[in-house]
Design a binder for this molecule. Sequence first.
Ligand SMILES: *[C@@H]1O[C@H](CO)[C@@H](O)[C@H](O)[C@H]1NC(C)=O
Ligand SMILES: *[C@@H]1O[C@H](CO)[C@@H](O)[C@H](O)[C@H]1NC(C)=O
Ligand SMILES: *[C@@H]1O[C@H](CO)[C@@H](O)[C@H](O)[C@H]1NC(C)=O
Length: 367
Amino acid sequence: MWWLLGRHFWLALAVSYALLGTGNGASSALGCYSRIFSFGDSLTDTGNYVRLTAKKNPSPYGAPPYGTTFFGHPTGRASDGRLVIDFIAQEFGLANVTAIQEGTAPSDFQHGANFAIISATANNGSFFAGKGMDITPFSLDTQMFWFRAHMQQLAAQNSNVLSDALVALGEIGGNDYNFAFSRGIPREKVRAFVPAVVEKLAATVEELIGMGARAFMVPGNLPFGCAPLYLRRFRSNSAGDYDPATGCLSWFNGFAEHHNRVLSKRLDQLRLLHPDVTIVYADWYGAMMSIFQDPGRLGITNTLLSCCGNQSVACGKPGCAVCNDPSTYGSWDGTHPTEAVYKVIADGVLHGPHASPLPLAKTCPPS
Ligand SMILES: *[C@@H]1O[C@H](CO)[C@@H](O)[C@H](O)[C@H]1NC(C)=O
Ligand SMILES: *[C@@H]1O[C@H](CO)[C@@H](O)[C@H](O)[C@H]1NC(C)=O
Ligand SMILES: *[C@@H]1O[C@H](CO)[C@@H](O)[C@H](O)[C@H]1NC(C)=O
């Protein structure tokens, strides 16, 4: 008889309804994201660049053997398979966060949208003008411009799309430095870019919080001093330029470490200002260095070599050379990691230890 269930039962029922919150159960508290919005560069682009540039100038990133390991065909990802963002989406049950240039209708973006694009910088063209870098990049401002337009399009359907979304902000900023180094701009001058890059990221976090975002993953830079392209471009006769433990360029990695320290300190400040917002710093650098410091662990033996292409025939160009087993390589095409490396990074961020203040997967308690 239902009236025999007693008041504790009804109390328990009332409490569980309260815990479910006012919306649907899955979106209670901060956990269990309904969608992902991501921003970044070639480490996160899942098709935007190739889409935008296809007509003018077909990109090697849209040609085989890109995509060979996982998708079986080129998808516009600058790797042989999945990227960190794919593994994160998979973990949260949100496979296929659609690239913003690929979807057309709001129904294409049920799991969120990816604004990241190959070659993107954090700063915009006016920052680089007058610094010896005449570029008009797909900056973070460009991506936010697309994002605001997308939000307006979605607003008609659902006014609250940001409150239960995960925002993946980056990695972005690496190109601000890499482009400058490659143009021969002195290291001290490039070092002076760091505050502007970090402020651009912080301002974007603030803007997104103002729009209703409540959960962020913000990655630091990768150890590009271990990338085959930069090892070749900045080859040196001085043993002091190299880390004896890994063979990577010490000054280049030291630069990434500096950026990452400034960024994590800035994120600490943002957490204090916004105690109701989750901001996870994703230590992509530490996760990737764990491979260089212990080659062969996890089967990645060719840590400082690239699997696809070479100096004369780049990956994605007709006739480029490809290794037999990409999963044993640190680099896919000279600058971008293999899927195997992205998996190690994603695991470290999702489950620790390469995330702070807590592993990303813990921000979504199992329901
Ligand atoms: C996700 O996209 C990949 C690559 O385009 C495709 O192979 C896969 O079927 C898609 N998965 C879902 C669940 O739509
Ligand atoms: C470019 O960046 C600067 C500095 O962040 C900002 O003040 C300016 O509004 C940006 N320009 C555009 C077109 O977004
Ligand atoms: C680069 O790859 C091409 C195509 O496979 C090959 O013919 C050429 O010998 C390679 N060059 C070098 C320097 O390894």
